[in-house]
Write a protein that binds this ligand. Sequence first.
Ligand SMILES: Cc1ncc(COP(=O)(O)O)c(C=O)c1O
Length: 386
Amino acid sequence: MYNFDKIVNRKNTNCYKWDSLTAKYEGVDDIIPMGIADMDFEVCTEIEQAFKERIKHPVYGYSLDVNKELAPIIYDRYKKKGYDIKLDDIVIGTGVVYIINLIIRTFTKVGDKIVLPTPYYTPFGTVIENNDRIILPCKMKLVDGIYKMDLESIENQIDEKTTMFIFCNPHNPTGRIFDEEEMLEVVDFCQRHNLLIISDEIHSDFTLTKSFQPIININEFAKNNTFTVSSCTKTYNLAGLKVAFCFISNPQLRELYSKAAKHTGLGSVNVFGIEAIKATYLKGQQWEKEMLEYIKENRDYVLDFFAEKLPNIKVNPSEGTYVLWIDFTKSGKNVEEIQNILINECKVELNDGRIYGGYVGFGRMNIALPRCCLIEACDRIYSVFK
Ligand SMILES: Cc1ncc(COP(=O)(O)O)c(C=O)c1O
């Protein structure tokens, strides 16, 4: 049994989650950070062991063809998850966001519009805009408390400059795992408008309440027009290692991507990233299973807590991911002030809903932390919002 209750002191390790608090919130001490999406859990012993083994050799030079070594391991893992891929479809890279950035730069032009369902994972918006492309927001609608795509709402905004769709499943920040039927609608929409699809599936191991299906399995169009991006880093808490991969089934797209990756140096990864993929996918299953159980219990704790004690604050019942999307707009407090209240009065940091496409009065809570800290955070919120 792994111990997810253990409190790991991450302060003074140059970690964003804990070590940015002082500068961001001067004068406010003792904040529980539940913002940026990494976990406060120790990595599994198998990974630690793999790194120790690698360290025994004192040279960390350039690696030989990483794809050759890692692709079969990734292939086995994703085949088991039901992905309709071939070994050759896999390309390794330095982080999901870097890969997405490169895809946007390679396959769209300056001034192109990229469809982005909102709320959205902040870096999607940043990479679109930093590359002088335009976000075409597609606001998801709440149907019986569940976030659904609303593609009709943007139908008349699509023009010849609209060239790409960024899909994220499981969805950050809402935690949705999209059904086959919903994915078919997305794929049909993209086919009708001739859009390439980026599908960020980095959270696909976090199947909390239902199973997950990759979008490439939907049909031939999806398979031939999708870049599926994923990594082991979210599941195994290794975000700082910067390693990821992409599945590109269409050989023409893959060739263009690989050429661009080579030109920018994005085609190789650091030696510990290599060890990480091997150790996680070959030896990490037990840790992953127990971690998922722990996250599910954390999720249920928060949902039950708010439903019972703070029913005016709506916690979205996430189906996947380890983040919870929370609506404070009916909490009775000034919506503009929610983040200030959370920081200064509750001393709990959530990511502000504004950074997900302008959701004032919303927050995203990262629940990958020891239960006692989660309970303390909920109690603190209760004491101020009750
Ligand atoms: C949807 C999504 N994509 C990508 C990332 C980050 O991936 P990377 O660190 O490999 O760029 C995250 C991290 O939270 C995420 O939630």
